[in-house]
Design a binder for this molecule. Structure first.
Ligand SMILES: Nc1ncnc2c1ncn2[C@@H]1O[C@H](COP(=O)(O)OP(=O)(O)O)[C@@H](O)[C@H]1O
Ligand SMILES: [Mg+2]
Length: 276
């Protein structure tokens, strides 16, 4: 896996000129230092208006350095999923900015945004969101094909990733023939197939039993060790324990920000004795 995010970043910046007037170098954040994968500036998303106004995300400032694993926690309804969708360009902020790999992305046009999502972001969802009619391997190949990989390359990458997540022997199975844990491992392989700058996971273990949760956590640990930037929304403390930083949200705003080990440091899991 390595730090391929940096490659994605170079690619998208070179492509910038084609994406319209908003995408040029002038749009780079003045304080952009090498190695910030994801940045939110004054990020807000409201729903409804007047009496029904909901501040789902309310003025969030956050920098996620490349190679770090962030956990986002907080009670149901505090804005975790909305925040993740804003990070990944699945939703647009009402106010504020989102920067991915040094490029402002929240005001890109639809096509540029879709392309960016495909190349720079890997999503993992609680309910997997695999295509039922495609095999495990085809599910992983699809985003590679959509991003312009040749069929041969897509097949090779999918086979390698399915092997890496431990489901190579299920490559030709449909999702309906897989356990929940296997489905999520296929979904993680899919999220990685375009070597994304950042992987965004929303309650990735929410539908899994504890054995499958353990497998997914081990995978996340491997990703972290390989330098993959990862933002995981969770209220499972075992998942949060694998992160470098744990930020918690209350009513859409950052309430707490705990720095754990960092590079090669001690994870929360070790501190609290959760790790085996
Ligand atoms: N599409 C929507 N329309 C209206 N309100 C929404 C919508 N999506 C989320 N919300 C509201 O925004 C708040 C944050 O939701 P969400 O981000 O899903 O929280 P979490 O993932 O932490 O449970 C909640 O009050 C929720 O009801
Ligand atoms: Mg949610």
């Amino acid at each position: 896996m390595s730090r391929d995010g940096l490659r994605v970043r170079g690619r998208s910046q070179r492509r910038g000129a084609k994406d319209g007037p908003d995408a040029g170098p002038a749009d780079r954040h003045p304080g952009e230092a090498a190695g910030t994968a994801l940045r939110a500036v004054g990020l807000s998303r409201t729903y409804g208006r007047g009496e029904n106004l909901v501040r789902a995300v309310d003025g969030v400032d956050l920098d996620v350095p490349a190679g770090q694993t962030f956990a986002v926690t907080g009670p149901s309804g505090c804005g975790k999923s909305t925040l993740l969708q804003l990070f990944g360009g699945l939703d647009r902020p009402t106010e504020g900015e989102v920067w991915l790999g040094g490029r402002r992305v929240d005001h890109l046009g639809e096509r540029a945004l879709a392309r960016l999502r495909r190349r720079a972001v890997g999503f993992v969802f609680q309910s997997f969101h695999l295509m039922d009619e495609l095999t495990a391997a085809e599910n992983v190949e699809l985003p590679a094909l959509l991003a312009g990989a040749s069929p041969r390359t897509a097949r090779r990458r999918a086979a390698g990733l399915l092997d890496r997540v431990g489901v190579a022997d299920r490559a030709r199975h449909l999702p309906s023939k897989l356990s929940g844990g296997q489905r999520q491992r296929v979904a993680i392989a899919r999220a990685l197939v375009n070597e994304p700058l950042v992987v965004l996971a929303d309650e990735p273990t929410g539908n899994l039993d504890s054995a499958a949760t353990h497998d997914v956590l081990r995978l996340f640990d491997e990703l972290r060790a390989a330098g993959q930037t990862l933002v995981v929304v969770t209220h499972d403390e075992r998942v949060a324990a694998t992160a470098d930083r744990v930020v918690s949200l209350r009513d859409g705003a950052l309430a707490d920000d705990i720095r754990l080990g960092g590079d090669g440091g001690t994870g929360l899991g070790t501190l609290l004795g959760w790790e085996d």
